[in-house]
Every structure is written in C-alpha cells, then in structure tokens.
Design a binder for this molecule. Structure first.
Ligand SMILES: Nc1ncnc2c1ncn2[C@@H]1O[C@H](COP(=O)(O)OP(=O)(O)OP(=O)(O)O)[C@@H](O)[C@H]1O
Ligand SMILES: CC(=O)N[C@H]1[C@@H]2OC[C@@H](O2)[C@@H](O)[C@@H]1O[C@H](C)C(=O)O
Length: 372
C-alpha cells in the first residue's frame, strides 16, 4: 500500500476574502479521508494590502521579482498563513508533529499564461520555519515551464473524488465558482478535461463593493431584486475568451469591472450573476459531452441568484445541478483540500497537471519543498 500522509492545504484565492485551511489524510492517489476545515477571513485593511500587491505586480516580468513593498506584503501574507495553521491545530486539538506537510497556494498576484508568467506570493521557507512543518509551495510554475496554462490545478483532486459518479456510469463536471470559475469534466472512462470557464464572483464583488462598501452580494439577494441588462451582459459574453479552440486560464483582471454609472445596484448585481452563470454554460460547450451532473463548489454556490440562473440553463440542456454538499462534499473546503492532496502528490513526484487540464505537453509534477 502507498504511504498515507496527513496534509493541510492552505488556499488564498482570487476573491482575496481570506485563508481556507483543510486537513486531508491521503496517499495522493485514490485514498482520501477528509478532515476538518477552517475559514479565516482577512480584515478589510489586509484585503486592501492584497489589492495593492496586484498593482505592484502588474509591471513585473519575472516570477521571482519582488519590489520592496511587495516583499513586505508577501511576508505579511505568509505570517497570516502561519497564524492560520496554529489556530487550526489548536481548534482541532492537533500537534504540528501530526502533520506531514502543508500545501501552500499563496496569493496569485499576476497570471499571464500567454507570456508564460504566473506569480504567487508566499514564502514557503518562512512558513516551514514558523510552523515547524514541511511546506510544498509554488505549485503552478513547473506546469508553465512545460507549456501549460499554470491553472487550473484542482482537477487532479476533483478526479480523485469522482469515483462514485464513474461507478454509476455518469459523466460529472465539477464547477468551482470562486473569483474566477473553472470546470473539471470526468468522463465515464476516467477522461479528465478541465479549464477556466470565465468570470465568477469577482465582477459581482467589485460591483457591490463599489456601490455599497459590502464585499459581496449575500445570498445573491441584491441581484435577486434586479433584472438582466442584456447589452451589458453581452459585452462580457461576447469576449473572444469564449471563442476559439484553445482554452486559456484567466487572471483576476482579465474582465473589466462595470463602471459605476452603468446600472442600478440591483440590475448590475443581477446582470453579473447572469454573466457568471452563462459563462459556465458557454465554456461547457468545449467539454467532450454534456455532463449528467454538475457539482458546484466555491463561494458562488451561495449566491442563490447565480445558482438559479445556472441551474435553469444547465437543466435546460439535460444536466442536473447539485451543490457540493448535495453530492457529499464540502464546497468551502474543496480547494484547500485539493492543495493538501497536491502537496502529497508533489512529495511522491506524481503529476499535478495533465494535457487535458492545463494543456501541458505531458503530465508533470510540480511544487517546491521547504523544510523547517
Ligand atoms: N453567503 C454568500 N452569498 C453569496 N456569495 C458568497 C457567499 N459567501 C461567499 N460568497 C462569494 O464567494 C466568494 C469566495 O469564494 P471562494 O472562497 O470559493 O473564492 P476563492 O477561493 O477566492 O476563488 P478562486 O477559486 O477563484 O481562487 C466571495 O468573494 C463571494 O463573492
Ligand atoms: C492563476 C490562479 O491562481 N488561478 C486560479 C483562479 O481561481 C479559479 C481559477 O482561476 C483557477 O484557474 C485557479 O485556481 C484554482 C484553485 C485552480 O488552480 O484549480
């Protein structure tokens, strides 16, 4: 039997809303035992620091470049992750010795796949020393070196969770609605096809924050009171991103926010929820077949307006739509769990990405190991 390790995954996603922490016991292959999860929101001041980091990263041309202020933010981010690990261990009565590895995503501050450039800030060495636990980090870079898009990486984990659908003879598609959305299709024969599918919550979050100061549309309630402004929706949905045969991965800044005078608060939120839902369906046309089931994860599944739109569109095409919880998973923990799983795969030199998931030339492993 392959070695089963205890791993903690740490995800700070494109929504920049906080750090997700999840524990998984796994052999990095078919054995997965999901443990506890903790979400640690960022305080508003630190979110502003991360937004500043995106601005500082925009002119960079090399993934190791760190202007002094960006280096400071990287250290602050890393220390917040160390505190999150300590809080997690305390909360669940675990000692650092019980954990074999941390899978550390860091924060994507720039992603330009066309230039072969992806930058995640987060210092694995500092995190390993602070926590006393080995850290695997920088998991996207090697994929890009080998011609991949550097994202998405979560599909290897989705595929490992898909066994029950395969046994039932069903093609399943995991939909992760985070800041950006991505899809993982797993066919009945185990074939994996994955790609970023379009804007997720970021446009909605930016709009609601601009208009109200709140950082998201709770439950999709604001959008639920509005109507779709077709001309604005079309501006997004007619993007060249949805055309052509090559799927490319997205940067948070690839779709420009609505301008403040373009719609009422409610109509803007409704229109952008529609855009998020329709983007998934548009991109799903590039899957090998219509999935029997969509399993929806990520914070966007909690936006009822977005979910109602997506469910109606997908069901109209013959698929059923389940939330991660309805399918027996945890939709908040999934990405952090994936980073735990990927860290174990990295330790064993197993591939993290495949030609069908990132367009990489051949299956490749990745990640950098830092020891305490
Ligand atoms: N109760 C809720 N109602 C509506 N939307 C919500 C709710 N909770 C979270 N969200 C949305 O989900 C977002 C966070 O989702 P998630 O944590 O999956 O994103 P992420 O991990 O940052 O993104 P990515 O997958 O792009 O890396 C929030 O920014 C918000 O837009
Ligand atoms: C470069 C980067 O950080 N991309 C993220 C982003 O957020 C969602 C989507 O775009 C996905 O491609 C990826 O994250 C997920 C967790 C992934 O790599 O699977």
């Amino acid at each position: 039997m392959d070695l089963v390790r205890t791993a903690i995954g740490l995800m700070s996603g494109t929504s920049m809303d906080g750090i997700d922490v999840a524990l998984v016991r796994t052999d990095g292959r078919g054995f997965i035992e999901r443990g506890p999860f903790l979400g640690r929101p960022y305080e508003p001041e630190f979110r502003e620091r991360l937004k500043r980091a995106l601005d500082l990263a925009r002119p960079l041309h090399h993934r190791s470049e760190r202007p002094a202020e960006l280096r400071d933010i990287e250290l602050e981010l890393t220390l917040r992750h160390a505190i999150a690990v300590t809080a997690f261990l305390e909360r669940f009565g675990l000692s650092a010795d019980a954990v074999d590895v941390l899978g550390f995503h860091g924060q994507t501050v720039l992603h330009r796949p066309d230039e072969g450039l992806t930058i995640q800030i987060g210092d694995g060495g500092v995190l390993a020393r602070r926590t006393g636990i080995s850290v695997v980090y920088d998991m996207r870079a090697n994929d890009m070196v080998h011609g991949g898009q550097g994202a998405p990486l979560v599909p290897a984990y989705h595929a490992a969770l898909a066994g029950k659908f395969q046994q039932a003879g069903q093609a399943v598609c995991f939909v992760n609605i985070g800041g950006i959305s991505n899809l993982t299709f797993i066919g009945t024969d185990g074939r994996i096809v994955a790609f970023d599918s379009g804007p997720g919550n970021t446009l909605i979050d930016q709009w609601v924050e601009m208009q109200t100061g709140r950082t998201y549309d709770p439950g999709g309630e604001i959008g639920g009171r509005g109507k779709v402004v077709t001309a604005l929706a079309d501006r997004y949905l007619q993007s060249p991103f949805f055309r052509g045969n090559v799927r490319r991965s997205l940067d948070r800044g690839d779709f420009a926010p609505l301008r403040s005078d373009e719609a009422s608060l409610e109509d803007g939120a409704r229109t952008l929820a529609h855009v998020a839902a329709a983007s998934i369906v548009k991109s799903a046309r590039f899957l090998p077949e219509t999935p029997s089931t969509y399993v929806v994860c990520g914070g966007g599944r909690l936006n009822a307006t977005l979910m109602a739109e997506f469910s109606a569109m997908a069901e109209g095409l013959g698929s059923r739509v389940l939330s991660a919880e309805e399918a027996g998973f945890d939709g908040d923990a999934m990405e952090a769990e994936a980073w735990a799983y990927l860290a174990v795969r990295s330790l064993d030199g197993l591939p993290l990405t495949f030609p069908g998931t990132t367009g990489v030339s051949a299956p490749v492993s990745g990640g950098v190991l830092a020891t305490p």
